[in-house]
Design a protein around this ligand. Structure first.
Ligand code: DOR
Ligand code: ZN
Length: 349
């Protein structure tokens, strides 16, 4: 008999975008309902580069999240002129959990990102010494590199030399999209891990053009060929602790997605666990979901495992076509589709 419900140690989201202001208030509850903690991306305008900015952003997130018991884990946005002392102090004070490396102009609000790894050598050295994780958006930005090859080329040209220079640096290659990344991370030392999103597990690049252009499925790194998706599914469901959950939920208002120059990002927070559970079930690997969602991430970061539990029930659930909050209109991942699982919330102790 098929299990009718699934009880898991409460998961964390090791990569998400919560934005700020009205958008923060519209989206944070969706993450806080399912996840105990989340690694919060710093690509605001202006980006989060100081302890003071991170503290005040953390306060705004907590105020907006209400009483879910949700803990935002803050990250610092690396730029060419980032202050290594500020980063180290923020880590020591427990304000910064990690640093985020955006290659300049690689994605949304990445224009202040790093132009060359050489310019942040001192910071990376310091991070390696103090055990502070580096979270990487792994794509090169050279316009002559085909967009579907940017992750593989980043691994070859940037990540391989970086790990040669800093072999003990804790590195998370974020939102991996290719078999090249799966192979690289699998073969790397234990200080190198990767997050995998629901959308890269569910879809290949064909989905972007199914019956017409699908702006709500556009994200960066862009969806890849089917063989890459299959490799990601094998990695996520393998039980290898180097691969763990990071949604990369990245909300943009409907009008900014349905535009002549649409923003990159998929808002998957509302059905994140249901989406992952569907993939693990399709792969006959539901027993592997808890490790991926709730155990491998905290172990990599050296944080305690959550003690609360959550329940998912086997029940058809149709995802709304849109989510409206005040003046903000969002189209969630899986809009209009029916998923086979429903997140029910915390299991009473
Ligand atoms: O699709 C994406 N959206 N990829 C990113 O790397 C950034 C994110 C965003 O902030 O919108
Ligand atoms: Zn992201």
């Amino acid at each position: 008999m098929q299990a009718q419900s699934l009880i898991l140690r409460q998961p964390d989201d090791w990569h998400t975008h919560l934005r700020d202001g009205e958008m923060l208030r519209a989206v944070v509850g969706h993450s806080a309902r399912q996840f105990a903690r989340a690694i919060v991306m710093p690509n605001l305008r202006p980006p989060i580069t100081t302890i003071a900015a991170a503290r005040s952003y953390r306060d705004r997130i907590q105020a907006a999240a209400g009483d879910h018991g949700f803990t935002p884990l803050m990250t610092a946005y690396l730029s060419d002129d980032i202050d290594a002392d500020e980063i180290a102090r923020g880590f020591a004070q427990g304000v910064f959990t990690a640093c985020k490396l955006y290659p300049a102009n690689a994605t949304t609000n990445a224009e202040h990102g790093v132009t060359a790894i050489a310019s942040i050598h001192r910071v990376l050295e310091r991070m390696q010494t103090i055990g502070m994780p580096l979270l990487i958006h792994g794509e090169v930005t050279e316009p002559d590199v085909d967009i579907f090859d940017r992750e593989a080329v980043f691994i070859e040209r940037v990540l391989t030399p970086l790990l040669r220079d800093f072999p003990a640096l804790k590195v998370v290659l974020e939102h991996i999209t290719s078999d090249d990344a799966v192979q690289f991370v699998s073969a790397a030392t234990a200080n190198v891990a990767a997050t995998i999103t629901p959308h890269h597990l569910a879809l290949s690049r064909n989905a972007l053009f199914a019956g017409g252009l699908r702006p709500h499925l556009y994200c960066l790194p862009v969806l890849k060929r089917e063989r890459h998706r299959l490799s990601l599914r094998r990695a996520a469901t393998s039980g290898n602790p180097k691969f763990f959950l990071g949604t990369d939920s990245a909300p943009h208002a409907r009008g900014d997605k349905e535009s002549a120059c649409g923003c990159a990002g998929i808002f998957n927070a509302p059905m994140a666990l249901e989406s992952y559970a569907s993939v693990f079930e399709q792969e006959s690997a539901l027993a592997k979901l808890e490790g991926f969602a709730s155990e491998f991430g905290p172990r990599f970061y050296g944080l305690p495992l959550n003690t609360r539990q959550v329940r998912l029930r086997r029940a058809a659930q149709t995802v709304p076509d849109q989510i409206i909050d005040g003046t903000i209109e969002l189209v969630p991942f899986h809009a209009g589709e029916t998923l086979g699982w429903r997140f029910e919330g915390l299991v009473d102790a």
